[in-house]
Design a protein around this ligand. Structure first.
Ligand code: AMP
Length: 284
């Protein structure tokens, strides 16, 4: 079942609540794949009812990014959602979510702004305002659905950490459930943006997981000096890769690590051609 309006969704959820049923929310931008499916299945196993939102959120895209060409596959998404056992797809239009105002100017919208310390690094550095857009839309979705649980992938680890912080700081009555990264057999983390990659570029994209797996192997052998671990990455890179960052940070508060430990996440972002890819791994 697909619902396009906030009013209809609220009525549906109200009915569930009257029956005393628990509700899970899986926010997505659609073009669903096995990574999204793992979140949906987790929600279905934990909650009586599951809402999957499919919304390409315009306010989290920066100027010049891929908002217009972002893959939109709503029919296939609906099929995957029902195969995975969820109850409803919530697919609002930008106008339904934001009214007319946002198209003219963001000055007409109330935003949820995460702390600067969490956004002045990693993806937030090149994608200025991105996490304001993410926090704002997720906050709206929480208010619309009022779920007991919300499911997010570790694939977008900075996002996950920021959203946990938002829920804590704003006392939002929802529990965030983190779900592990789903990868292809090759190691490549699944992403809707992998659709942009040619077969050749897909091979180049394997470098992200190769670098991360190699760093973890080195760490497991006893190397903890971050400069030394970063150094190991360069053997994997060639002129097809444009490295944006490779950083070691704390899994709770994103503080930089000079010495790796079991609370360390290794974050990587790089471009293959024009396609920007991200990945991360926890050392433990
Ligand atoms: P997106 O549609 O890219 O905004 O992603 C929606 C949710 O799915 C986010 O919580 C992502 O972290 C999660 N997700 C995307 N790709 C993966 C993956 N390969 N493994 C696990 N979760 C993922």
């Amino acid at each position: 079942m697909i619902i396009h309006t906030i009013k209809e969704l609220r009525e549906l959820v109200k009915g569930w609540r009257k029956e005393g049923l628990s509700v899970g929310l899986v926010p997505t931008m659609g073009a669903l794949h096995a990574g999204h499916r793992s979140l949906i299945e987790k929600s279905v196993s934990k909650c009586d009812k599951t809402v999957v939102s499919v919304f390409v959120n315009p306010i989290q895209f920066c100027p010049g990014e891929d908002l217009d060409k972002y893959p939109r596959t709503l029919n296939a998404d609906e099929q995957l959602v029902s195969d995975a056992g969820a109850d409803v797809v919530f697919a609002p239009s930008p106008k339904e979510m934001y009214g007319e105002g946002h198209i003219l100017s963001n000055d007409f919208l109330t935003y949820v702004i995460p702390p600067y310390f969490y956004v002045d690094k990693l993806c937030g550095k090149s994608r200025v305002g991105h996490f304001d857009g993410v926090c704002t839309v997720v906050n709206k979705l929480f208010n619309i659905v009022q779920p007991d649980f919300a499911f997010f992938g570790e694939k977008d680890r900075q996002q996950l950490i920021i959203l946990k912080k938002m829920v804590k700081d704003l006392n939002i009555p929802v529990e965030i459930i983190a779900c592990p990264i789903v990868r292809e057999e090759s190691g490549l983390a699944l992403s809707s943006r992998n659709k942009y990659l040619s077969d050749e570029q897909k091979k180049d994209a394997l470098v992200l997981s190769k670098i991360l797996f190699n760093i973890k192997a080195c760490y497991n052998k006893g190397i903890t000096n971050v400069s030394e671990l970063v150094e190991t990455a360069y053997a994997f890179l060639n002129s097809n890769h444009s490295l944006e960052y490779l950083e070691f940070r704390d899994c709770e508060n994103l503080e930089e690590k000079k010495v790796a430990d079991s609370d360390t996440i290794v974050f990587i972002a790089l471009k293959v051609g024009n396609v920007r890819l991200i990945d991360n791994i926890k050392l433990s």
